[in-house]
Design a protein around this ligand. Structure first.
Ligand code: FAD
Ligand code: UDP
Length: 371
């Protein structure tokens, strides 16, 4: 028999992002009473879309859903129909446009190579010269994976402005996300399932949170004692170091500034994502939102994405998972693990560079563990 609730809610869920929303949805299905709060003035966390000029603007940066896991794909398809958008970003480097990810189109544009054999010969020669057997940082990883030309044309400057650190000071895993392919295939992701929810991500969030009590503009830390008294358990999806008042030190994050701009033209760049690799541009990419949904609206909205140093007044978008930060995180994690009534989950509370499908999987696993 399930335990009788002692307080008004079974769960207070701090953060209405994907983790909090999936958790609340699943627990509500099990007849648990949930209250979801968020300090922002809207639900959805970083997947939130704002409709402007009939265009779903990805307010916190481009979000493309992709997964290899049929269960996760079926899960999101309960709430929205996905279109067949395939992410094929372009890259502007030294005044020239290239296809991404690194594939036969890119190699042709770089070196004029036409066959996989020709391209492999160039790359392998460069890997042999500049690569290493056990890469210890992002620069070594990139040189060992793709050689010097690719590293210098597409990776070094972009990465250093994105992370505000030298490529030699960054962990190798960041770059493992970028595939290298010997086919003429501009699909950025290797996953089987991919697309954008028609009507934007709010459709999914609204479906997940339908019938669940939610409150926005509420910061957990401004009314912590009262909020904690409302529920038997708390699910916390904010920054883990903030939860513990930074007692083991502050974790590092990277922030972003999004500069949204309405353009009185129909089509600005002909593609949803164009990366700006050179350091002379302070932004890393320009997103043109209508292309995610093949929009025919008369105007267009673009967003320039400027990486920024994080401080406590800014949103934390990316954890910086280098060794120093991992050491600090481990202390928080150990303390969090010993707390019976608090569940930590999501990108900020688990301090991990998770994509959406991984967040959903992690929330479903957590629900299964405690059900
Ligand atoms: P969040 O969405 O960050 O939600 C946490 C919520 O908690 C926030 O709404 C926050 O306001 C709230 N909160 C925090 N502290 C408090 C507090 N004290 N009180 C109340 N509320 C609080 N993934 C992909 O799969 N594909 C992509 O293309 C992709 N692109 C991305 C691009 C960018 C620029 C970024 C930053 C991320 C991208 N992601 C992408 C990752 C994706 O955004 C995340 O995996 C997912 O949104 C994380 O969900 P979450 O619930 O863990 O966190
Ligand atoms: N990256 C790069 N050049 C590019 C695109 C990406 O060097 O044109 C590197 C960069 O270090 C970035 C990482 O690859 O942080 C992952 O990029 P992706 O676009 O997959 O990540 P996102 O910022 O969308 O999470």
């Amino acid at each position: 028999m399930s335990k009788v609730r002692e307080k008004k809610y079974d769960y207070l869920i701090v953060g209405a992002g994907l983790f909090g929303s999936v958790f609340a949805h699943e627990m509500t299905k099990q007849n648990k009473k949930c209250l979801v709060i968020d300090k922002r003035d809207h639900l959805g966390g970083n997947v939130y879309c704002e409709e402007k000029e009939g265009i779903n603007v990805h307010k916190y940066g481009a979000h493309i859903f992709h997964t290899n896991d049929k269960k996760i794909w079926d899960y999101v398809n309960q709430f929205a129909t996905f279109n067949n958008y395939i992410n094929s970003p372009l890259s502007l480097s030294k005044g020239k446009l290239y296809n991404l990810p690194f594939n036969m189109n890119t190699f042709y544009q770089l070196w004029g190579t036409k066959t996989p054999e020709e391209a492999k010969a160039v790359i392998n020669e460069q890997i042999a010269k500049y690569g290493t057997k056990s890469p210890k940082n992002l620069e070594e990883q990139a040189l060992s994976l793709a050689g010097k030309d690719i590293y210098e044309t597409f990776i070094k400057e972009y990465t250093e402005k994105q992370w505000g650190k030298k490529a030699t000071e960054l962990p190798a895993f960041i770059i493992k996300r970028l595939p290298v392919r010997y086919t003429y295939d501009n699909n950025y992701f290797n996953d089987i399932y991919q697309g954008i929810p028609i009507g934007g991500y709010n459709t999914i969030i609204n479906g997940l949170l339908s019938g669940i009590e939610t409150k926005t503009n509420i910061d957990f830390f401004e009314d912590r004692i009262h909020l904690e008294s409302l529920a038997d358990k708390v699910v916390y999806t904010g920054k883990i170091d903030e939860f513990f008042d930074y007692k083991y030190g502050q974790l590092e994050y990277r922030s972003l500034r999004f500069e949204h701009e309405l353009q009185e033209i129909e089509n600005y760049q002909g593609n949803a994502v164009v990366n700006y690799n050179d350091s002379e541009y302070a932004f890393t990419r320009i997103i043109e939102h209508k292309h995610f949904e093949f929009g025919k609206q008369p105007k267009t909205i673009i967003t320039r994405e400027y990486p920024e140093n994080w401080d406590r007044t800014k949103e934390a978008y990316y954890p910086i998972n280098n060794d120093d930060n991992q050491k600090i995180y481990k202390k928080y994690k150990e303390e969090a693990g010993g707390m019976q009534n608090i569940i930590f989950g999501g990108r900020l509370a688990e301090y991990r560079y998770y994509d959406m499908h991984q967040i959903i999987a992690s929330a479903l696993t957590k629900v299964a563990e405690i059900s």
